[in-house]
Design a protein around this ligand. Structure first.
Ligand code: SF4
Ligand code: SF4
Length: 389
């Protein structure tokens, strides 16, 4: 008689098997948040496993520390299995559902949308600002908007951004429901603040203190630093755009001088968007193949490429804005940013949302569990992290 699985996928069934072994072993409980969260459970439904998968930061430490990793017959490979479960959860939560397959061939999807985005802006500039939209020199306040009217730019990007926000909010709602967390948790300031601190410092991307595992078995914090550069670079670019929008409606039109706040924020942020993704790509190449999620290489690389292209093309606009290359460079930059917004809900970007939500839940659970932990402190392990984190 065929075995009946209690799980929706083979990956989740395998994650259940591993978590059951880990829950007996508990050697890694000091490495990150996943193991303490696991210890709060005796059995693992699909929602629990998706929660743990999104709580994992893929540092790899529990693979190198594990006495049951291959070639042991238990074949315990937590980072790889949770990475696969995590990626499958992104597609499962996608909104609208019909677009979930974009997670599958994500590299191709992102490349096509980016190419179409750039082509559409080139064609749009020619149609709206002909003749010579792509080659004429425009300088002084309002130079950009003589190539593409501000209202058209605001409407297009506002719509794309609003769509991305709605799609990601719906995905987040699906995740929250799947893991069975009450909506009220999101209104509790303490778990929220704890999650902000944990996410902002990437607390659990440090391999229990030693750093992320690499193919040469020398842990390092390069991945963590590159992630910081990427995330804070992205936030600074958003801040630059927000300040520029305020300036515009206050009567000051772009482009702005080098020393002005939108340019300063955008320059620092743009540097982060180039250096950070480059570092993350190098870290990806250095990753131990045993724990690398090879199937998601395209999705992750496409996202890094889009972020780096956003930073590079932004610098292109800044450097070439007083030359005849402005039109083409601006079309390239706007096309890439537009494509980034449209593809955000269907690519690697969503990992930040679900991981943050998982951290909120973990903070809530940890607070609820603290009395029990205080009454029954864990025995210090010989793992890298020692006691629960
Ligand atoms: S050593 Fe860590 S990864 Fe291996 S079974 Fe124990 S808890 Fe799980
Ligand atoms: S130790 Fe690292 S790879 Fe292992 S479960 Fe924790 S965050 Fe994930």
């Amino acid at each position: 008689m065929p075995e009946i699985s209690l799980h929706a996928t083979e990956t989740l069934a395998e994650a259940d098997r591993l978590m059951t072994i880990c829950n007996s072993c508990r050697y890694c409980e000091g490495l990150c948040a996943v193991f303490p969260a696991m210890e709060m459970r005796r059995s693992f439904g699909d929602g629990d496993l998706n929660y743990l998968a999104n709580l994992c930061h893929a540092c790899g430490a529990c693979y190198t520390d594990c006495q049951f990793s291959p070639p042991h017959e238990f074949n315990v490979n937590v980072p790889k299995v949770l990475a696969a479960a995590r990626a499958q959860s992104y597609a499962a939560y996608a909104w609208p559902r019909a677009l979930a397959p974009f997670f599958g061939r994500n590299g191709l999807f992102v490349a096509v949308v980016a190419a179409l985005g750039v082509a559409a802006f080139v064609a749009g500039f020619i149609a709206v600002s002909a003749p010579g939209a792509l080659t004429r020199v425009e300088t002084g306040p309002g130079a950009f908007y003589r190539i593409m009217p501000h209202d058209a730019m605001a409407a297009l990007f506002g719509a794309a951004f609003a769509y991305a926000l709605v799609a990601m909010a719906m995905g987040l709602r699906n995740f929250w429901r799947d893991i069975g967390e009450p909506a009220g948790t999101l209104a509790q300031p303490r778990p929220l603040w704890q999650a902000v601190k944990d996410a902002g410092s990437l607390r659990y991307l440090d391999g229990g203190g030693a750093g992320c595992v690499n193919a040469d078995e020398r842990p390092s914090n390069g991945r963590r630093h590159s992630h910081h550069a990427t995330f804070y670079g992205f936030m600074l670019c958003l801040a630059a755009t927000s300040v520029a929008t305020l300036y515009h409606y206050a009567g000051r039109e772009a482009p702005y001088p080098w020393w002005d706040l939108p340019v300063v924020l955008g320059t620092i942020g743009g540097l982060g968007l180039i250096v950070g993704p480059a570092g993350l790509f190098v870290a990806k190449l250095r990753r131990d193949p045993e724990i690398a999620d090879a199937e998601r290489f395209g999705m992750e690389t496409a996202f890094l490429a889009m972020l780096a292209a956003t930073g590079l093309s932004g610098f292109g606009v800044l450097i070439l804005r007083e030359t005849s290359a402005l039109g083409l460079t601006l079309a390239l930059h706007l096309g890439i940013v537009f494509a980034l917004f449209l593809t955000m809900p269907y690519g690697k970007f969503v990992h930040g949302l679900y991981r943050f939500a998982a951290l909120v839940r973990y903070a809530r659970e940890r607070a609820d569990d603290s009395t029990e932990i205080a009454a029954d402190p864990p025995v210090a392990t010989t793992g890298q992290g020692g006691a629960r984190r």
